[in-house]
Design a protein around this ligand. Structure first.
Ligand code: SAM
Length: 200
């Protein structure tokens, strides 16, 4: 990851979402991106230039665009029409973003478009976040990583964030992932945890 005097940046054409520039580098804001927040909190989670990323919950491409600056290719899945329009504009300006307009609860509908991924990145803010990750396990290479950005309040508002976190880890483990570590994302994102898993 590129760090200029303590500021996380990525190298690529700017002007995606009015992001600040430091010379030729795009500043990656931890308050706008959970992946950037994770980097500020745990410098060991990095991206590599030969990685294929399957990204669920692409929204308007803010984080996707930074990920694409670092890796080989990003398959970016989004099901809401309005953010998808923005994502298409972002993808048009970069050669390594493949936008997929689809529901991540039904991967069978886009399985034929994918190649095996080194990293599954998920940020969908849905009740069944662990279930969606488990459905995508077959698309990860052996030894591949999952980074699940868990929004606890979207899963069950009646349970505490800690309970939702524990239930999610249990479901991921039952579904075949090895949970390696986790980080709560405050102060950048309240009640969000990054759960890092591996496929055996
Ligand atoms: N990852 C984005 C970023 O950092 O720029 C923000 C993602 S936002 C919190 C969650 C996104 O997931 C929304 O755009 C929403 O439409 C999308 N989403 C939620 N459920 C989905 C599903 N089942 N399939 C595809 N996209 C979904």
């Amino acid at each position: 990851m590129i760090d200029i005097k303590g500021t996380l940046v990525s190298e690529g054409a700017g002007g995606v979402y009015n992001e600040r520039m430091l010379g030729n580098y795009r500043v990656w804001d931890p308050y706008r991106s959970k992946l950037a927040a994770l980097w500020y909190l745990d410098k060991t989670t990095t991206l590599d230039k030969d990685e294929v990323v399957l990204y669920l919950g692409a929204a308007n491409g803010t984080t996707v665009s930074h990920v694409a600056d670092y890796v080989e290719s990003v398959y970016a899945v989004e099901f809401a029409p309005r953010p998808m329009e923005d994502l298409l504009v972002v993808a048009k300006k970069r050669k390594n973003i493949i936008p997929i307009y689809a529901d991540a609860t039904r991967p069978v509908l886009y399985a034929s478009l994918l190649e095996p991924a080194d990293l599954l990145y998920q940020d969908v803010a849905q009740p069944n976040q662990a279930g969606i990750a488990v459905k995508h396990l077959p698309f990860l290479k052996s030894g591949g990583r999952l980074i699940l950005m868990l929004k606890t309040r979207s899963v069950d508002i009646r349970k505490s964030p800690d309970e939702v976190f524990a239930d999610t880890c249990a479901e991921l483990t039952k579904g075949g992932y090895i949970v390696e570590k986790s980080t709560w994302l405050n102060p950048y994102h309240q009640d969000h945890a990054a759960i890092i898993c591996r496929k055996e």
